[in-house]
Design a protein around this ligand. Sequence first.
Ligand SMILES: [Zn+2]
Length: 87
Amino acid sequence: MKFLDRLLGRKEASPAEAEVAEPDCPHVALVPFWDSAEDIGVHEKISRYECESCKAAFTREQGEQIRVEGAERLRLSEKDRRDRLAE
Ligand SMILES: [Zn+2]
């Protein structure tokens, strides 16, 4: 039994890997990038996004999704706050 305990204990004691793989950044500061100068400003031609705070790069699809999720989260917390203020 001692042997088993030690095996299980060791398994639980190494959460370091997950932390490295997923930095705790909400990616709220996504900046769009364009491949060619003449496309700059054209939403459909955005080639990628980069997060200003952690410098992570995303494809347009990923960036859009993160932005939508972020806006959703913001709206929810806004609503939450207003609900609490109203009480
Ligand atoms: Zn980030």
